[in-house]
Design a protein around this ligand. Structure first.
Ligand SMILES: *[C@@H]1O[C@H](CO)[C@@H](O)[C@H](O)[C@H]1NC(C)=O
Ligand SMILES: *[C@@H]1O[C@H](CO)[C@@H](O)[C@H](O)[C@H]1NC(C)=O
Ligand SMILES: *[C@@H]1O[C@H](CO)[C@@H](O)[C@H](O)[C@H]1NC(C)=O
Ligand SMILES: *[C@@H]1O[C@H](CO)[C@@H](O)[C@H](O)[C@H]1NC(C)=O
Ligand SMILES: *[C@@H]1O[C@H](CO)[C@@H](O)[C@H](O)[C@H]1NC(C)=O
Length: 488
Protein backbone atom coordinates (compact mmCIF):
# COMPACT_ATOMS: atom_id res chain seq x y z
CA UNK A 1 0.00 0.00 0.00
CA UNK A 2 2.77 2.37 0.99
CA UNK A 3 4.63 1.40 -2.13
CA UNK A 4 1.63 2.06 -4.36
CA UNK A 5 0.97 5.43 -2.71
CA UNK A 6 4.57 6.31 -3.19
CA UNK A 7 4.74 5.49 -6.87
CA UNK A 8 1.53 7.46 -7.50
CA UNK A 9 3.08 10.31 -5.68
CA UNK A 10 6.25 10.03 -7.78
CA UNK A 11 4.21 9.92 -10.95
CA UNK A 12 2.21 12.95 -9.84
CA UNK A 13 5.31 14.87 -8.94
CA UNK A 14 6.94 13.91 -12.21
CA UNK A 15 3.87 15.04 -14.11
CA UNK A 16 3.60 18.30 -12.24
CA UNK A 17 7.25 19.08 -12.69
CA UNK A 18 7.01 18.18 -16.35
CA UNK A 19 4.20 20.68 -16.79
CA UNK A 20 6.16 23.31 -14.89
CA UNK A 21 9.29 22.75 -16.97
CA UNK A 22 7.51 22.83 -20.30
CA UNK A 23 5.69 26.04 -19.29
CA UNK A 24 9.00 27.62 -18.45
CA UNK A 25 10.48 26.40 -21.72
CA UNK A 26 7.85 28.37 -23.58
CA UNK A 27 9.38 31.70 -22.53
CA UNK A 28 12.27 32.35 -24.90
CA UNK A 29 15.38 33.79 -23.31
CA UNK A 30 17.51 36.62 -24.70
CA UNK A 31 20.34 35.53 -26.99
CA UNK A 32 23.88 35.33 -25.63
CA UNK A 33 25.66 38.68 -25.33
CA UNK A 34 28.47 39.59 -27.69
CA UNK A 35 31.39 40.64 -25.48
CA UNK A 36 32.64 43.08 -24.29
CA UNK A 37 29.65 44.81 -22.64
CA UNK A 38 29.25 48.31 -21.17
CA UNK A 39 29.17 48.70 -17.39
CA UNK A 40 26.03 50.13 -15.80
CA UNK A 41 27.74 53.56 -15.56
CA UNK A 42 28.84 53.49 -19.20
CA UNK A 43 25.33 52.58 -20.31
CA UNK A 44 23.91 55.48 -18.32
CA UNK A 45 26.56 57.83 -19.77
CA UNK A 46 25.73 56.80 -23.34
CA UNK A 47 22.04 57.54 -22.89
CA UNK A 48 22.80 61.13 -21.85
CA UNK A 49 23.73 61.91 -25.49
CA UNK A 50 24.63 65.53 -24.64
CA UNK A 51 27.01 66.67 -21.90
CA UNK A 52 28.01 70.27 -21.17
CA UNK A 53 31.64 71.28 -20.69
CA UNK A 54 32.44 74.58 -18.95
CA UNK A 55 35.90 76.11 -19.38
CA UNK A 56 36.27 78.85 -16.81
CA UNK A 57 39.28 80.27 -14.96
CA UNK A 58 42.02 82.90 -15.28
CA UNK A 59 42.02 82.54 -19.08
CA UNK A 60 38.49 83.93 -19.09
CA UNK A 61 39.97 87.18 -17.76
CA UNK A 62 43.19 87.29 -19.82
CA UNK A 63 41.45 86.53 -23.13
CA UNK A 64 43.65 83.46 -23.69
CA UNK A 65 43.29 79.74 -24.30
CA UNK A 66 46.37 78.37 -22.59
CA UNK A 67 47.49 80.42 -19.59
CA UNK A 68 51.18 80.68 -18.77
CA UNK A 69 50.87 79.85 -15.08
CA UNK A 70 52.19 83.31 -14.22
CA UNK A 71 48.75 84.94 -13.97
CA UNK A 72 48.06 87.00 -10.89
CA UNK A 73 45.12 85.33 -9.08
CA UNK A 74 43.75 88.84 -8.49
CA UNK A 75 42.51 88.90 -12.09
CA UNK A 76 39.96 86.19 -11.28
CA UNK A 77 37.02 88.35 -10.21
CA UNK A 78 33.65 87.52 -11.80
CA UNK A 79 31.26 90.32 -10.85
CA UNK A 80 28.04 88.30 -11.00
CA UNK A 81 28.89 84.62 -10.92
CA UNK A 82 25.70 82.56 -10.81
CA UNK A 83 26.09 78.81 -11.21
CA UNK A 84 22.30 78.42 -11.07
CA UNK A 85 22.16 80.29 -14.39
CA UNK A 86 24.64 77.78 -15.91
CA UNK A 87 22.53 74.87 -14.69
CA UNK A 88 19.24 76.37 -15.86
CA UNK A 89 20.69 76.89 -19.33
CA UNK A 90 21.95 73.29 -19.41
CA UNK A 91 18.69 71.80 -18.13
CA UNK A 92 16.67 73.73 -20.72
CA UNK A 93 18.97 72.33 -23.40
CA UNK A 94 18.17 68.80 -22.20
CA UNK A 95 21.62 68.25 -20.72
CA UNK A 96 21.93 66.01 -17.63
CA UNK A 97 25.67 66.16 -16.85
CA UNK A 98 27.95 69.21 -16.64
CA UNK A 99 31.76 69.09 -16.41
CA UNK A 100 33.70 72.07 -14.98
CA UNK A 101 37.43 72.80 -15.37
CA UNK A 102 38.40 72.85 -11.67
CA UNK A 103 42.00 73.49 -12.80
CA UNK A 104 43.26 74.16 -16.34
CA UNK A 105 46.86 74.08 -17.63
CA UNK A 106 47.65 77.44 -15.94
CA UNK A 107 47.35 75.71 -12.55
CA UNK A 108 44.81 78.17 -11.06
CA UNK A 109 42.32 76.27 -8.86
CA UNK A 110 38.63 77.20 -8.76
CA UNK A 111 38.37 75.65 -5.28
CA UNK A 112 40.36 76.50 -2.13
CA UNK A 113 42.85 73.63 -2.31
CA UNK A 114 44.86 73.04 0.85
CA UNK A 115 47.97 72.35 -1.23
CA UNK A 116 48.46 75.64 -3.10
CA UNK A 117 47.59 79.30 -2.77
CA UNK A 118 47.32 79.66 -6.55
CA UNK A 119 43.55 79.54 -6.29
CA UNK A 120 40.36 81.42 -5.43
CA UNK A 121 41.92 81.94 -1.95
CA UNK A 122 44.20 84.59 -3.48
CA UNK A 123 41.51 86.26 -5.54
CA UNK A 124 39.37 89.29 -4.55
CA UNK A 125 36.25 87.33 -5.54
CA UNK A 126 34.24 86.90 -2.30
CA UNK A 127 37.34 88.20 -0.45
CA UNK A 128 39.19 84.94 -1.04
CA UNK A 129 36.45 82.90 0.61
CA UNK A 130 34.73 81.71 -2.55
CA UNK A 131 34.61 78.19 -3.98
CA UNK A 132 33.39 77.87 -7.57
CA UNK A 133 33.43 74.07 -7.47
CA UNK A 134 31.17 74.09 -4.40
CA UNK A 135 28.71 76.55 -5.96
CA UNK A 136 28.74 74.52 -9.17
CA UNK A 137 27.99 71.13 -7.61
CA UNK A 138 25.33 72.60 -5.29
CA UNK A 139 23.48 74.19 -8.21
CA UNK A 140 23.79 71.03 -10.28
CA UNK A 141 22.44 68.89 -7.43
CA UNK A 142 19.58 71.30 -6.68
CA UNK A 143 18.39 70.91 -10.27
CA UNK A 144 18.69 67.12 -10.17
CA UNK A 145 21.52 67.07 -12.72
CA UNK A 146 24.93 65.39 -12.38
CA UNK A 147 28.37 66.94 -12.00
CA UNK A 148 31.74 66.08 -13.51
CA UNK A 149 35.16 67.67 -13.01
CA UNK A 150 38.28 68.35 -15.08
CA UNK A 151 41.67 68.47 -13.36
CA UNK A 152 44.44 69.30 -15.81
CA UNK A 153 47.46 67.00 -15.57
CA UNK A 154 49.69 69.58 -17.28
CA UNK A 155 50.33 72.39 -14.77
CA UNK A 156 52.37 75.42 -15.85
CA UNK A 157 52.33 77.06 -12.45
CA UNK A 158 53.25 74.55 -9.81
CA UNK A 159 56.99 74.13 -9.16
CA UNK A 160 56.49 70.41 -8.54
CA UNK A 161 55.57 69.88 -12.20
CA UNK A 162 58.43 67.99 -13.87
CA UNK A 163 59.37 66.11 -10.68
CA UNK A 164 57.61 62.78 -10.99
CA UNK A 165 57.08 61.84 -7.36
CA UNK A 166 56.33 65.31 -5.97
CA UNK A 167 53.94 66.30 -8.72
CA UNK A 168 52.04 63.01 -8.70
CA UNK A 169 51.61 63.34 -4.93
CA UNK A 170 50.32 66.89 -5.42
CA UNK A 171 47.97 65.77 -8.19
CA UNK A 172 46.59 62.87 -6.15
CA UNK A 173 46.11 65.13 -3.11
CA UNK A 174 44.01 67.49 -5.23
CA UNK A 175 42.12 64.62 -6.82
CA UNK A 176 41.28 63.40 -3.34
CA UNK A 177 39.96 66.85 -2.37
CA UNK A 178 37.75 67.04 -5.45
CA UNK A 179 36.41 63.51 -5.11
CA UNK A 180 35.68 63.61 -1.37
CA UNK A 181 34.48 67.13 -0.59
CA UNK A 182 31.86 67.72 -3.26
CA UNK A 183 29.47 64.78 -3.16
CA UNK A 184 28.85 62.59 -6.17
CA UNK A 185 31.09 63.15 -9.22
CA UNK A 186 29.93 61.30 -12.33
CA UNK A 187 32.80 61.93 -14.72
CA UNK A 188 36.43 62.92 -14.28
CA UNK A 189 38.38 64.33 -17.22
CA UNK A 190 42.10 63.61 -17.54
CA UNK A 191 43.17 65.76 -20.50
CA UNK A 192 46.16 64.54 -22.52
CA UNK A 193 46.95 68.07 -23.81
CA UNK A 194 50.47 69.33 -23.13
CA UNK A 195 52.64 72.00 -24.76
CA UNK A 196 55.57 70.98 -26.97
CA UNK A 197 58.10 72.59 -24.62
CA UNK A 198 56.47 71.32 -21.42
CA UNK A 199 58.74 69.70 -18.88
CA UNK A 200 59.00 65.97 -19.38
CA UNK A 201 57.46 63.82 -16.69
CA UNK A 202 55.45 60.65 -16.13
CA UNK A 203 51.96 60.71 -14.77
CA UNK A 204 51.06 57.86 -12.40
CA UNK A 205 47.85 57.04 -14.26
CA UNK A 206 47.42 53.70 -12.52
CA UNK A 207 47.27 55.49 -9.15
CA UNK A 208 45.00 58.26 -10.47
CA UNK A 209 42.50 55.82 -11.97
CA UNK A 210 42.56 53.60 -8.88
CA UNK A 211 41.90 56.56 -6.58
CA UNK A 212 39.05 57.88 -8.75
CA UNK A 213 37.45 54.43 -8.77
CA UNK A 214 37.91 53.97 -5.04
CA UNK A 215 36.44 57.35 -4.07
CA UNK A 216 33.59 57.44 -6.60
CA UNK A 217 32.45 53.90 -7.42
CA UNK A 218 30.19 54.81 -10.33
CA UNK A 219 32.39 57.51 -11.90
CA UNK A 220 33.30 57.39 -15.60
CA UNK A 221 36.99 58.10 -16.12
CA UNK A 222 37.84 59.93 -19.35
CA UNK A 223 41.28 60.11 -20.90
CA UNK A 224 42.64 59.63 -24.42
CA UNK A 225 42.82 55.96 -23.49
CA UNK A 226 39.92 55.43 -21.08
CA UNK A 227 39.47 53.36 -18.87
CA UNK A 228 35.72 54.17 -19.20
CA UNK A 229 35.41 56.81 -21.91
CA UNK A 230 37.92 57.49 -24.70
CA UNK A 231 38.76 60.58 -26.72
CA UNK A 232 37.34 60.65 -30.27
CA UNK A 233 40.68 61.83 -31.68
CA UNK A 234 39.74 65.41 -32.70
CA UNK A 235 38.23 68.57 -31.24
CA UNK A 236 35.59 69.30 -33.86
CA UNK A 237 33.17 66.73 -32.52
CA UNK A 238 33.16 64.18 -35.35
CA UNK A 239 33.23 60.43 -34.80
CA UNK A 240 34.17 58.07 -37.63
CA UNK A 241 31.64 57.00 -40.24
CA UNK A 242 32.38 53.59 -38.73
CA UNK A 243 32.25 53.91 -34.95
CA UNK A 244 32.80 51.01 -32.56
CA UNK A 245 32.49 51.41 -28.79
CA UNK A 246 34.99 48.55 -28.61
CA UNK A 247 38.77 48.96 -28.86
CA UNK A 248 41.96 47.31 -27.56
CA UNK A 249 43.08 49.49 -24.69
CA UNK A 250 46.53 47.85 -24.77
CA UNK A 251 47.15 49.74 -28.03
CA UNK A 252 46.24 53.10 -26.50
CA UNK A 253 48.41 55.60 -24.67
CA UNK A 254 47.75 59.15 -23.53
CA UNK A 255 48.96 62.05 -25.68
CA UNK A 256 49.96 59.68 -28.53
CA UNK A 257 49.32 61.32 -31.93
CA UNK A 258 49.68 58.08 -33.88
CA UNK A 259 46.47 56.52 -32.53
CA UNK A 260 44.07 59.27 -33.59
CA UNK A 261 42.44 57.29 -36.41
CA UNK A 262 42.10 54.21 -34.23
CA UNK A 263 40.39 56.30 -31.52
CA UNK A 264 38.07 57.79 -34.15
CA UNK A 265 36.66 54.47 -35.42
CA UNK A 266 37.29 51.98 -32.61
CA UNK A 267 37.93 48.32 -33.36
CA UNK A 268 35.35 45.63 -34.28
CA UNK A 269 37.67 43.06 -32.64
CA UNK A 270 38.33 45.26 -29.59
CA UNK A 271 38.29 43.51 -26.24
CA UNK A 272 37.44 46.62 -24.16
CA UNK A 273 34.16 48.57 -24.04
CA UNK A 274 35.44 52.14 -24.30
CA UNK A 275 33.01 54.47 -26.12
CA UNK A 276 34.17 57.79 -27.58
CA UNK A 277 33.25 61.26 -26.31
CA UNK A 278 33.20 64.05 -28.90
CA UNK A 279 34.46 67.25 -27.28
CA UNK A 280 33.78 70.46 -29.17
CA UNK A 281 33.20 74.09 -28.24
CA UNK A 282 30.11 76.12 -29.09
CA UNK A 283 32.59 78.89 -29.98
CA UNK A 284 35.99 78.77 -31.65
CA UNK A 285 37.91 78.79 -28.35
CA UNK A 286 37.36 76.76 -25.20
CA UNK A 287 37.40 79.86 -22.97
CA UNK A 288 35.14 82.88 -23.41
CA UNK A 289 36.47 85.68 -25.59
CA UNK A 290 34.64 88.92 -26.22
CA UNK A 291 35.54 88.74 -29.92
CA UNK A 292 33.99 85.29 -30.51
CA UNK A 293 30.40 84.25 -31.09
CA UNK A 294 28.66 80.89 -31.02
CA UNK A 295 28.60 78.51 -33.97
CA UNK A 296 25.57 78.56 -36.27
CA UNK A 297 22.64 76.25 -35.57
CA UNK A 298 23.42 74.34 -38.79
CA UNK A 299 26.96 73.67 -37.53
CA UNK A 300 25.72 72.40 -34.17
CA UNK A 301 23.29 70.08 -35.93
CA UNK A 302 26.08 68.83 -38.22
CA UNK A 303 28.11 68.01 -35.09
CA UNK A 304 25.11 66.32 -33.48
CA UNK A 305 24.61 64.01 -36.48
CA UNK A 306 28.31 63.20 -36.54
CA UNK A 307 28.60 62.48 -32.82
CA UNK A 308 25.30 61.34 -31.28
CA UNK A 309 24.28 60.05 -34.72
CA UNK A 310 27.46 57.99 -34.85
CA UNK A 311 27.20 56.11 -31.59
CA UNK A 312 28.96 58.73 -29.45
CA UNK A 313 28.22 61.37 -26.83
CA UNK A 314 28.54 65.06 -27.72
CA UNK A 315 30.45 67.03 -25.08
CA UNK A 316 29.58 70.63 -25.89
CA UNK A 317 31.67 73.36 -24.26
CA UNK A 318 29.75 76.51 -23.29
CA UNK A 319 32.18 78.93 -21.58
CA UNK A 320 30.96 81.37 -18.89
CA UNK A 321 32.01 85.00 -19.49
CA UNK A 322 33.89 87.43 -17.21
CA UNK A 323 30.66 88.29 -15.40
CA UNK A 324 30.45 84.59 -14.47
CA UNK A 325 27.41 83.89 -16.65
CA UNK A 326 26.73 82.07 -19.89
CA UNK A 327 26.43 84.79 -22.53
CA UNK A 328 23.10 85.65 -24.12
CA UNK A 329 24.01 84.59 -27.68
CA UNK A 330 25.09 81.17 -26.39
CA UNK A 331 21.90 80.79 -24.33
CA UNK A 332 19.90 81.69 -27.41
CA UNK A 333 21.79 79.23 -29.64
CA UNK A 334 21.35 76.38 -27.15
CA UNK A 335 17.59 77.06 -27.07
CA UNK A 336 17.47 76.90 -30.87
CA UNK A 337 19.52 73.70 -30.82
CA UNK A 338 17.13 72.02 -28.34
CA UNK A 339 14.09 73.19 -30.30
CA UNK A 340 15.61 71.82 -33.51
CA UNK A 341 16.34 68.41 -31.96
CA UNK A 342 12.83 68.23 -30.50
CA UNK A 343 11.30 69.30 -33.82
CA UNK A 344 13.22 66.65 -35.76
CA UNK A 345 12.90 63.74 -33.35
CA UNK A 346 9.60 64.64 -31.63
CA UNK A 347 7.66 63.17 -34.55
CA UNK A 348 8.26 59.62 -35.73
CA UNK A 349 6.58 58.47 -38.93
CA UNK A 350 7.30 54.86 -38.08
CA UNK A 351 5.36 55.13 -34.82
CA UNK A 352 2.13 53.38 -35.79
CA UNK A 353 3.19 51.64 -38.94
CA UNK A 354 2.80 47.89 -39.40
CA UNK A 355 6.20 46.23 -39.02
CA UNK A 356 7.41 42.76 -40.00
CA UNK A 357 10.70 40.91 -39.95
CA UNK A 358 12.61 38.12 -41.72
CA UNK A 359 12.16 35.99 -38.57
CA UNK A 360 11.74 36.46 -34.85
CA UNK A 361 13.24 34.68 -31.88
CA UNK A 362 10.79 32.37 -30.11
CA UNK A 363 8.09 32.94 -32.75
CA UNK A 364 4.99 35.11 -32.35
CA UNK A 365 4.40 36.25 -28.78
CA UNK A 366 7.94 35.28 -27.86
CA UNK A 367 8.82 38.80 -26.77
CA UNK A 368 11.39 39.51 -29.49
CA UNK A 369 9.10 40.66 -32.29
CA UNK A 370 9.80 43.61 -34.61
CA UNK A 371 7.09 45.70 -32.87
CA UNK A 372 9.69 46.23 -30.09
CA UNK A 373 11.59 48.67 -32.33
CA UNK A 374 8.65 51.06 -32.17
CA UNK A 375 8.29 51.27 -28.37
CA UNK A 376 9.98 53.81 -26.07
CA UNK A 377 12.54 51.44 -24.59
CA UNK A 378 15.83 51.67 -26.48
CA UNK A 379 17.85 49.32 -24.30
CA UNK A 380 15.91 46.31 -22.98
CA UNK A 381 13.22 45.58 -25.56
CA UNK A 382 14.35 44.76 -29.05
CA UNK A 383 13.78 42.71 -32.16
CA UNK A 384 15.84 39.54 -32.45
CA UNK A 385 15.77 37.23 -35.47
CA UNK A 386 15.66 33.50 -34.78
CA UNK A 387 18.94 31.56 -34.61
CA UNK A 388 18.03 29.51 -37.68
CA UNK A 389 16.80 32.39 -39.86
CA UNK A 390 18.19 31.93 -43.39
CA UNK A 391 19.74 34.65 -45.56
CA UNK A 392 19.76 38.34 -44.65
CA UNK A 393 18.05 39.49 -41.49
CA UNK A 394 15.70 42.42 -42.03
CA UNK A 395 12.79 44.39 -40.64
CA UNK A 396 10.29 46.32 -42.71
CA UNK A 397 7.82 49.08 -41.95
CA UNK A 398 4.89 50.09 -44.15
CA UNK A 399 4.75 53.87 -44.10
CA UNK A 400 1.57 55.45 -45.51
CA UNK A 401 1.91 58.27 -48.04
CA UNK A 402 1.10 61.81 -47.06
CA UNK A 403 2.35 64.26 -44.48
CA UNK A 404 5.84 65.68 -44.42
CA UNK A 405 7.61 62.45 -45.32
CA UNK A 406 10.99 61.66 -43.78
CA UNK A 407 14.64 62.41 -44.56
CA UNK A 408 16.31 60.97 -41.46
CA UNK A 409 16.44 57.31 -40.42
CA UNK A 410 17.33 56.46 -36.82
CA UNK A 411 18.50 52.95 -35.89
CA UNK A 412 19.52 51.76 -32.42
CA UNK A 413 21.05 48.57 -31.05
CA UNK A 414 20.39 47.24 -27.52
CA UNK A 415 24.03 47.74 -26.55
CA UNK A 416 23.51 46.11 -23.15
CA UNK A 417 24.03 42.89 -25.13
CA UNK A 418 27.06 44.22 -27.05
CA UNK A 419 27.61 46.14 -30.28
CA UNK A 420 26.93 43.80 -33.21
CA UNK A 421 26.01 45.35 -36.55
CA UNK A 422 28.94 45.56 -39.01
CA UNK A 423 27.09 46.52 -42.22
CA UNK A 424 23.53 47.49 -43.03
CA UNK A 425 21.44 49.07 -45.77
CA UNK A 426 18.12 50.91 -45.96
CA UNK A 427 15.71 50.37 -48.87
CA UNK A 428 12.34 51.81 -49.83
CA UNK A 429 10.12 49.70 -52.12
CA UNK A 430 13.24 47.72 -53.03
CA UNK A 431 15.31 50.79 -53.97
CA UNK A 432 18.49 51.45 -52.02
CA UNK A 433 18.45 54.69 -50.01
CA UNK A 434 21.65 54.45 -48.02
CA UNK A 435 24.29 52.00 -46.83
CA UNK A 436 26.25 52.12 -43.65
CA UNK A 437 28.55 50.20 -41.39
CA UNK A 438 28.17 50.38 -37.59
CA UNK A 439 25.00 51.32 -35.67
CA UNK A 440 25.69 51.03 -31.93
CA UNK A 441 23.59 52.97 -29.43
CA UNK A 442 22.32 55.32 -32.13
CA UNK A 443 22.89 55.78 -35.84
CA UNK A 444 21.33 58.68 -37.73
CA UNK A 445 21.29 58.62 -41.52
CA UNK A 446 20.33 61.79 -43.35
CA UNK A 447 18.93 61.01 -46.79
CA UNK A 448 19.56 62.86 -50.03
CA UNK A 449 15.79 63.18 -50.61
CA UNK A 450 12.50 63.30 -48.72
CA UNK A 451 10.66 59.96 -48.82
CA UNK A 452 6.90 60.25 -48.68
CA UNK A 453 5.94 56.65 -47.98
CA UNK A 454 6.43 53.02 -48.95
CA UNK A 455 7.88 49.80 -47.56
CA UNK A 456 10.99 50.80 -45.66
CA UNK A 457 13.31 47.84 -45.13
CA UNK A 458 16.46 47.76 -43.00
CA UNK A 459 18.71 44.89 -44.01
CA UNK A 460 21.54 43.72 -41.77
CA UNK A 461 24.23 42.48 -44.12
CA UNK A 462 26.86 41.54 -41.56
CA UNK A 463 26.95 41.31 -37.79
CA UNK A 464 28.85 39.84 -34.87
CA UNK A 465 26.42 37.17 -33.68
CA UNK A 466 22.71 37.73 -34.21
CA UNK A 467 21.86 41.35 -35.06
CA UNK A 468 19.47 42.98 -32.57
CA UNK A 469 17.59 46.26 -33.07
CA UNK A 470 16.00 48.15 -30.18
CA UNK A 471 14.58 51.14 -32.02
CA UNK A 472 13.92 52.56 -35.46
CA UNK A 473 12.59 56.02 -36.22
CA UNK A 474 11.70 57.86 -39.42
CA UNK A 475 11.99 61.62 -38.97
CA UNK A 476 11.73 64.83 -40.93
CA UNK A 477 14.53 67.36 -40.53
CA UNK A 478 13.39 70.72 -41.97
CA UNK A 479 16.89 72.19 -41.42
CA UNK A 480 18.71 69.60 -43.54
CA UNK A 481 19.86 70.71 -47.00
CA UNK A 482 21.73 67.81 -48.64
CA UNK A 483 23.62 70.12 -51.01
CA UNK A 484 24.85 72.53 -48.38
CA UNK A 485 28.54 72.47 -47.61
CA UNK A 486 29.38 73.60 -44.12
CA UNK A 487 32.58 75.39 -43.38
CA UNK A 488 34.13 74.80 -39.98
C1 LIG B 1 60.82 61.62 -20.58
O1 LIG B 1 60.99 60.89 -19.35
C2 LIG B 1 60.81 59.50 -19.49
C3 LIG B 1 60.92 58.88 -18.11
O2 LIG B 1 60.10 59.55 -17.22
C4 LIG B 1 61.86 58.95 -20.46
O3 LIG B 1 61.63 57.58 -20.67
C5 LIG B 1 61.77 59.70 -21.79
O4 LIG B 1 62.82 59.29 -22.63
C6 LIG B 1 61.86 61.20 -21.58
N1 LIG B 1 61.61 61.88 -22.87
C7 LIG B 1 62.31 62.97 -23.25
C8 LIG B 1 61.90 63.56 -24.56
O5 LIG B 1 63.20 63.45 -22.57
C1 LIG C 1 51.77 55.24 -29.69
O1 LIG C 1 50.91 54.17 -30.08
C2 LIG C 1 51.50 53.24 -30.94
C3 LIG C 1 50.41 52.26 -31.36
O2 LIG C 1 49.84 51.60 -30.26
C4 LIG C 1 52.67 52.54 -30.20
O3 LIG C 1 53.31 51.65 -31.09
C5 LIG C 1 53.64 53.59 -29.71
O4 LIG C 1 54.64 52.97 -28.91
C6 LIG C 1 52.94 54.65 -28.89
N1 LIG C 1 53.87 55.73 -28.54
C7 LIG C 1 54.02 56.19 -27.30
C8 LIG C 1 54.97 57.33 -27.13
O5 LIG C 1 53.41 55.72 -26.35
C1 LIG D 1 42.47 43.64 -30.82
O1 LIG D 1 42.51 42.43 -30.07
C2 LIG D 1 41.88 41.33 -30.71
C3 LIG D 1 41.88 40.15 -29.74
O2 LIG D 1 43.16 39.92 -29.26
C4 LIG D 1 42.61 41.01 -32.01
O3 LIG D 1 41.95 39.97 -32.68
C5 LIG D 1 42.63 42.27 -32.88
O4 LIG D 1 43.40 42.04 -34.05
C6 LIG D 1 43.21 43.45 -32.12
N1 LIG D 1 43.14 44.66 -32.95
C7 LIG D 1 44.21 45.24 -33.46
C8 LIG D 1 43.98 46.47 -34.28
O5 LIG D 1 45.32 44.82 -33.29
C1 LIG E 1 27.79 87.75 -19.64
O1 LIG E 1 26.50 87.24 -20.01
C2 LIG E 1 25.40 87.89 -19.43
C3 LIG E 1 24.13 87.31 -20.01
O2 LIG E 1 23.95 86.01 -19.77
C4 LIG E 1 25.42 89.37 -19.73
O3 LIG E 1 24.39 90.00 -19.01
C5 LIG E 1 26.74 89.99 -19.35
O4 LIG E 1 26.78 91.34 -19.78
C6 LIG E 1 27.86 89.23 -20.03
N1 LIG E 1 29.15 89.76 -19.64
C7 LIG E 1 30.02 90.22 -20.52
C8 LIG E 1 31.31 90.74 -19.97
O5 LIG E 1 29.82 90.19 -21.71
C1 LIG F 1 29.97 56.28 -44.89
O1 LIG F 1 30.17 54.96 -45.31
C2 LIG F 1 29.27 54.50 -46.31
C3 LIG F 1 29.58 53.05 -46.65
O2 LIG F 1 29.63 52.27 -45.57
C4 LIG F 1 29.36 55.35 -47.55
O3 LIG F 1 28.40 54.94 -48.48
C5 LIG F 1 29.14 56.81 -47.17
O4 LIG F 1 29.36 57.61 -48.30
C6 LIG F 1 30.08 57.24 -46.06
N1 LIG F 1 29.75 58.58 -45.65
C7 LIG F 1 30.65 59.51 -45.43
C8 LIG F 1 30.13 60.83 -45.02
O5 LIG F 1 31.86 59.29 -45.54
Amino acid sequence: MAKLWCSLCVITILELSHVAISRREQVPTPPLPVLPLPTFSQLKWQQRELIMFLHFGVNTFTDSEWGTGKENPAIFNPSGLDTTQWVTVAAEAGISLMILTAKHHDGFCLWPSKYTDHSVISSPWKNGRGDVVHEFVKAVEAAGLDAGLYLSPWDRHDRRYGHDLEYNEYYLAQLQELLTQYGSVNEIWFDGAKGKNAKNMSYYFTDWFAMARELQGSINIFSDAGPDVRWVGNEHGFAGNTSWSTINSTLLSIGNGSIIDYLNTGDPEGTNWLPAECDVSIRKGWFWHKSESPKKLSQLLEIYYNSVGRNCVMLLNVPPNTTGLISKPDVHRLKQFRTAIDTIFGVDLAENSPVKASSQRGGRGGGFGPENVLDDDHIWTYWSPSEDGNGDHWIEMRVPNGGTGFNVVRIQEPIGLGQRIVRHGIYVDGKKLVEGTTVGYKRLHRLGEVIHGGDVRIIIKESKGLPLISSVGLHFDPYWKPDRHLIF
